[in-house]
Ligand binder design. Structure first.
Ligand code: NAP
Length: 472
């Protein structure tokens, strides 16, 4: 069990002012995996003030100096990879088969990526008699969710360091240990005092205090749409910049010409990885009517072939839900879908075979779903796929766009050009074409209620910049 009792503020491990503690539960067995301090708004003040004080000198460092720190952090990421991976297994329940690859390995890759991009901060361009430059926005408050905690953390911290910003970070209550380890890494590479600060505590209390703090210039938030709206409201009175990365209900159009076996295989893996707790999961599979029953049969057999169980077992692909609350939420959605008349193809509300304890949900597929059903409109955040039938491409696009969300999407068609033509009609920030691979250099973010920011790529750096025009 891990025990932490200090926060990292102004380059030191300090006693929290708030005296709370919180237990972190392993969702595979219900045991306590860590205890961590739970701070209060006075801890927020201390951390934000440290970041404010550090900004004046840090913002004047050269891009090469900041890139050097990022490369050192990448090396530390390799060194601490096993520790970080273990926190993901213990706190989130993500199986060991995927925990390093999807959660921890990107840390070093993304640090290197933004080390390369830091030089853009020293570039300028001329428009008529104006010189246009980028400057760091200032003190950043970073609030993260529990589902991809390290990927989310580094997607914010690395560009902020590259830009010359200082920061205060809060992790989700369910998955905090990686953030304490990351603070040790910042300490180990000698990041100047106050550039990176971490505190921990309740989103409702310290998340809200970070969002409204007068010394914070940017709040960058990843989490639910409901909490994102609260963050925006708190940040509004002093017109802070707010970058929101929120929920999704992403569509996946499969045309009649698609390689159906490959297309369904891709879709099942995409939805079920991390037990369906993925913001950009392709949870609505929209299949042409001529191939629909064939696709349903493929989805059933591929879902039933997934190994569910103990996340420490290398053969397991689907672990537990992250918490008992999340499990109950998902079971409610499954019950409601059955009540609404969706056809249960596989899964349901029973425990997966052979499992008696832990917060497990059986991987579930529903067919005969219409897009107006709750199961097709709301983010379930569990291992649940809905399959919807369409008769024309126009109808498929209409269904794809008919939710409040617009985070991700996918199309599998006869070839790349045909798929791309459909992708251009979908209102979402990302579209995967014929099973293409994820790309850390491409901007990630949503349309509509999925958010208003972009992470990763050069656009991810620009979130941390102000633009200045100087006329001569
Ligand atoms: P959440 O409940 O909204 O919590 C996210 C973070 O916000 C946590 O650190 C939480 O702290 C904090 N928080 C909660 N209420 C707050 C408030 N009123 N003010 C400020 N902070 C507050 O979301 P979650 O359940 O952790 O994460 C799942 C959601 O994140 C899903 O909707 C998923 O789609 C979305 N997500 C989006 C992306 C993306 O890039 N678009 C990526 C990953 C996840 P506590 O934990 O202490 O409550």
């Amino acid at each position: 069990m891990r025990t932490y009792n200090k926060f990292y503020i102004n380059g030191e491990w300090v006693e929290p002012i708030g005296k709370g503690t919180s237990e972190v539960i392993n969702p595979a067995n219900g045991e306590v995996s860590a205890t961590v301090p739970y701070g209060n708004v006075e801890d927020v003040d201390a951390a934000v003030n440290a970041a404010r004080n550090a900004f004046a000198s840090w913002s004047q460092t050269t891009a090469a100096e900041r890139a050097n720190f990022l490369r050192k952090l990448a090396a530390e990421g390799h060194r601490r990879n096993a520790d970080l991976t273990q926190t993901i297994i213990d706190e989130l329940g993500m199986p060991i088969q995927n925990a390093a690859e999807f959660q921890v390995d990107p840390l070093a890759i993304i640090c290197e990526s933004f080390a390369d991009k830091a030089k853009h901060m020293e570039e300028s361009r001329e428009v008529g008699n104006s010189i246009i430059i980028n400057e760091p926005i200032g003190v950043c408050a970073m609030i993260n969710p529990w589902n991809y905690p390290i990927w989310q953390l580094i997607g914010k911290v690395a560009p902020a360091i590259a830009a010359g910003c200082t920061m205060v970070v809060k992790a989700a209550s369910q998955t905090p240990s990686h953030l304490f380890i990351f603070a040790e890494m910042c300490d180990a590479v000698g990041l100047p005092a106050g550039v990176f600060n971490m505190i921990h505590g309740s989103g409702r209390e310290i998340g809200a205090a970070l969002s409204s703090h007068p010394e914070v210039d940017l709040v960058t938030f990843t989490g639910s749409t409901a909490a994102g709206i609260q963050v925006s409201n708190k940040a509004a009175p002093d017109v802070k910049r707010v970058c929101l990365e929120l929920g999704g209900k992403s569509p996946y159009i499969i045309t009649e010409e698609a390689d159906l076996d490959a297309a369904v295989d891709f879709g099942i893996n995409d939805v079920m990885v991390n037990t369906g707790q993925t913001c950009n999961a392709l949870t609505r599979m929209i299949v042409h009517e001529s191939r629909y029953e064939e696709a349903v049969e493929l989805a059933k057999s591929k879902t039933e072939a997934l190994v569910v169980g103990d996340p420490t077992d290398p053969g397991v692909f689907v672990g537990p839900m992250s918490s008992t609350e999340q499990r109950l939420t998902v079971l409610d959605y499954i019950n409601q879908a059955i009540g609404d008349g969706a056809r249960l193809v596989t899964g349901g509300t029973g425990m997966p075979p052979g499992l008696m304890t832990g917060y497990y949900v059986s991987p579930t597929v529903f067919a005969d779903v219409t897009n107006d059903m709750k199961i097709a409109q709301e983010e379930v955040f569990g291992p649940v796929l809905v399959m919807i039938k369409y008769s024309s491409v126009d109808q498929a696009v209409e269904i794809a766009n008919d939710t409040p969300y617009g985070l991700a999407s996918a199309v599998w068609a006869g070839d790349k050009d045909k798929a791309t033509a459909i992708a251009r009609r979908i209102r979402a920030g990302q579209c995967t074409i014929n099973g293409g691979e994820a790309n850390h250099e491409a901007p990630f973010g949503g349309y509509k209620e999925s958010g208003n920011g972009r992470e990763f790529g050069i656009e991810g750096l620009h979130e941390y910049c102000e633009l200045k025009a100087m006329q001569y």
